[in-house]
Design a protein. Structure first.
Length: 93
């Protein structure tokens, strides 16, 4: 990922007019750092589509202010359900 790719991603994402709501989260606080990880759902104002995802933020206290050190976000793997597999099928993988 390069800087122009990041700018392109967020520019197009913002055109969808996303509004996010955190559904669940877990915050861990340390000395000069904090982590927030959980599940959120975005509703795209431009289309009405809903997208559920996972997120993680790591913050550090640096130069007298809190800054985002790391961030990850990914769409939930909805629709993926476990399927039964036989012992023979496992052997043939």
């Amino acid at each position: 990922t390069d800087y122009p790719g990041i700018v392109d991603y967020f520019t197009n994402f913002l055109k969808l007019e996303p509004q996010g709501e955190i559904e669940s989260g877990n915050i861990i606080v340390g000395t000069n750092w904090a982590q927030d990880a959980g599940i959120y759902e975005f509703t795209m104002g431009a289309t009405g589509a809903k997208v559920k995802g996972r997120y993680t933020f790591v913050y550090v206290f640096e130069d007298g202010e809190w800054k985002i050190s790391q961030h990850h976000s990914s769409v939930m793997p909805e629709g993926t359900k476990p399927q039964a597999i036989s012992e023979e099928e496992v052997k043939n993988l």
